[in-house]
Design a protein around this ligand. Structure first.
Ligand code: ATP
Length: 249
């Protein structure tokens, strides 16, 4: 069976700087695949190329057997490939529930036009509450998004992404800036998402990455130098030399 997402020779340069250098990788259905690498290795750029936010110079992206290279970000979301957006894309003056309900509506598009207005709103809120329960934020539904703690805002970002019903979810540093307790909540949440969603995760917290990932790829200067299980990556001499060092032993 072919992979859910096939990445072939994907490239991206900024002027003379080759940020994504012929990346070839298969993302298998149901796996949590972490992409790790030093600062500036090109991880965020790669995720942006997968989501369609950032156009690629060349290469191939085949999702569910179809070429998606030329599809816009919205079209990719429509096919089930979504990125969790940074906190800056949350609407701080709207409630937590409203933030998620808007994402449900964006995904559902015209299918809600046939409902009467009140029924439409009830249905949107009902679906939004399901997403909030999944990220353990149901009790914050009526709070303004801007009043949430940093960790809760990261949970909300994930709820907004889940509202688009993604099959493949791209998560860019969901633990960044979170404290110990907040990060434990988010790790549990990601563990709960495994299997149900295929996840590509970028994360610097190696403890979390090695605990969660089914497979990892190591990106250095825009090139994938290794892909394997946590055990294989931990014991790979090239990876240890280039990135993990002795601390991951
Ligand atoms: N819009 C841009 N214009 C020019 N250079 C860019 C642009 N975006 C990223 N870069 C450069 O591309 C390289 C890769 O950046 P990127 O943010 O993808 O790396 P990263 O692995 O996600 O880093 P970090 O772990 O620090 O978040 C860096 O050298 C960065 O300065």
């Amino acid at each position: 069976m072919s992979a859910l997402l096939q990445i072939r020779n994907l490239c991206k340069s900024y002027g003379a700087l080759k940020v994504t250098d012929a990346v070839t990788l298969d993302i298998e259905e149901g796996e949590l695949h972490a992409i790790i690498g030093p600062n500036g290795a090109g991880k965020t750029t790669l995720i942006s190329q997968l989501s369609g936010q950032n156009p690629s110079d060349s290469g191939q992206l085949v999702y569910q057997g179809q070429d998606i290279m030329r599809l816009s970000m919205a079209e990719r979301v429509g096919r089930g490939l979504a990125r969790s957006f940074q906190i800056t894309s949350l609407l701080p003056g709207f409630t937590v529930l409203e933030n998620v309900a808007m994402a449900v509506q964006a995904r559902s598009g015209s299918s809600f036009r046939f409902f009467a207005r009140a029924a439409n709103e009830d249905e949107l809120n009902r679906e939004a509450m399901i997403c909030l329960r999944r990220v353990k934020l149901a009790d914050r539904a009526e709070r303004l998004a801007g009043s949430l703690s940093h960790g809760e805002q990261r949970q909300l970002e994930i709820a907004v992404a889940l509202a688009t019903e993604p099959q493949l979810l791209l998560l860019d540093e969901p633990l960044a800036g979170t404290g110990h307790e907040e990060s434990a909540v988010l790790v549990e949440l990601m563990r709960g998402m495994k299997r149900r969603h295929t996840v590509v995760l970028i994360e610097h917290d190696m403890e979390a990455v090695f605990a969660l990932a089914d497979r990892l790829s190591v990106l250095v200067y825009g090139r994938i130098i290794a892909t394997g299980t946590p055990e294989e990556i931990r014991n790979n001499p090239e990876v240890r030399a280039a990135y993990l060092g002795e601390e991951a032993a």
